[in-house]
Ligand binder design. Structure first.
Ligand code: NAG
Ligand code: NAG
Ligand code: NAG
Ligand code: NAG
Ligand code: NAG
Length: 406
């Protein structure tokens, strides 16, 4: 039985590739707690990279009485003359209701204006400077290189609708390419632009989604990481490396693992569909979603291929194998890539990412060791049977392994 070995070897290599590219990826946005404001050096107690639009947020909380929330929001406008905006939404994690500060370079100097984002704004009403419900103690803005905008805002603390003992605040930010007559242009509508919001516990500094989606998100993450990201690659390894040793047990092991992986993966995929982008802390939710759909499609094709499998000796079997292996390769790559896309979006503690990288590394390591073992085994076996055939030509009567020659 001719196994296209080069395809299998390619599979093993591809399994390892994402590891290499992922370990070299890193974010370029700076996060600093030290800023110069109006010539005065100020230190802040927290700083987080917000995950989209090259934005970061530093802050300090001075408790009541005479309390204040001092914030530095730094962002990069899409072009010189553009704007960046940041605000607090006391009601929900979304755009409407946000008490916003928008900074830009006006013709008569750099300017920071306040806006109350209403339903009307969302529906396209002109964006004009309005009073906001926060009590602003101080605000100033600094623009570097035409589009790197940092705004300092000091707000009286506590603020309405926020419990000062558990101060989880909804932050919303965005940016746009231009400002005309003190009216900022519309922001972009990419996945990242629409997911530029996050809840933060201002006293612990913990980035926080808000409870409603946590359970579903975790379920989605776990089901898909185990289904697509661990079981499917394990099933490939089982097929590849059990085959020379235990036939046909490898087939049942392979098919059991893959069906289990498929069931978990589809359950996770369905859970993912019910999530919106609200909880996104970073990454690109629409890209993740598109890869997810593609993955579901290819996996389903692969499952259906089982029923169309031609007999071992059928002339179409080679073509079927090629089809099966290339779908498998695409599934493994897309699955692993999308798991890391998911990590970007959920931004869980680093240990989860590290754990998954370690699992992939272990699978890769096992594959490499088994690859070597298999080669040694296969070569030995071949040499052994060649020896036998030679013995037969020299010695005369050669018996086949299965039963004596009649
Ligand atoms: C980040 O910091 C480095 C070194 O301090 C600086 O060269 C770079 O321009 C900074 N990047 C941004 C986006 O501010
Ligand atoms: C709060 O501010 C007021 C006015 O600035 C001042 O009179 C008062 O002493 C301050 N209270 C505290 C506890 O710092
Ligand atoms: C710039 O012009 C606007 C609109 O006329 C005005 O409200 C604002 O105070 C001006 N800013 C400065 C720094 O002169
Ligand atoms: C606003 O902040 C600047 C810089 O920290 C400071 O010099 C100024 O006194 C502040 N103004 C008020 C009213 O607190
Ligand atoms: C926010 O952080 C504070 C201090 O660490 C903690 O007491 C509070 O329970 C946290 N709130 C939430 C909702 O996590």
């Amino acid at each position: 039985m001719a196994v296209p070995v080069y395809i299998l070897r390619l599979l093993v290599l591809l399994l390892l590739l994402p590891l290499i590219s992922i370990s070299s990826a890193s974010t370029a946005v700076n996060c600093t707690k030290s800023y110069n404001i109006a010539g005065e050096k100020r230190l802040f107690s927290h700083c987080v990279v917000l995950g989209t639009q090259e934005a970061s947020l530093a802050w300090s909380l001075r408790p009541a009485p005479n309390g204040s929330l001092d914030v530095i929001f730094s962002g990069v406008a899409p072009s010189p003359g553009g704007w960046v905006g940041w605000g607090i939404n006391p009601y929900r994690l979304g755009m409407v209701g946000t008490q916003t500060f928008i900074g830009f370079q006006a013709s008569n100097g750099s300017t920071l204006l306040t806006f109350d984002v209403t339903k009307g704004t969302e529906d396209g009403k002109a964006f004009v400077c309005t009073p906001i419900s926060l009590h602003v103690l101080n605000m100033t803005i600094n623009i570097a290189n035409g589009n790197q905008i940092a705004m300092f805002v000091s707000i009286s603390w506590p603020i309405p609708n926020v419990d000062p003992s558990s101060p989880v605040i909804n932050h919303v930010w965005n940016r746009g390419p231009s400002v005309y007559n003190f009216q900022p242009s519309s922001h972009g509508f990419s996945g990242a632009d629409l997911s530029s919001k996050i809840a933060i516990n201002m006293s612990s500094g913990i980035l926080f989604y808000g409870p409603p989606n946590n359970l579903l998100e975790n379920a989605h993450a776990i089901l898909n990481t185990v289904g697509w990201g661990i079981l499917l690659p394990s099933g490939v390894i089982a097929a590849r490396y059990m085959k020379p040793f235990v036939d046909p047990a490898w087939f049942y092991t392979h098919i059991t693992i893959q069906i289990l992986g498929y069931i978990l993966g589809v359950a996770g995929w369905a859970t993912g569909l019910s999530l919106d982008n609200v909880g996104a802390r970073g990454g690109n939710p629409s890209k993740h979603r598109n890869i997810g759909f593609t993955l579901f499609g290819i996996c389903t094709l692969q499952m259906m291929a089982i029923f169309l499998r031609p007999n071992k000796d059928h002339k179409l079997r080679k073509g079927w194998n090629l089809y099966h292996y290339s779908l498998a390769a695409s599934i493994l790559i897309l699955g692993i890539v999308n798991i890391f896309e998911g990590f970007e979006i959920m931004s869980p503690p680093q240990k989860w990412r590290d754990t998954y990288i370690a699992v992939l590394g272990a699978l890769g390591g096992v594959a490499i060791i088994l690859e070597i073992v298999t080669w040694i085994y296969v070569c030995r076996k071949r040499r052994y049977s060649q020896g036998k055939i030679q013995g037969a030509t020299v010695g005369g009567a050669y018996q086949f392994e299965k039963g004596p020659v009649g």
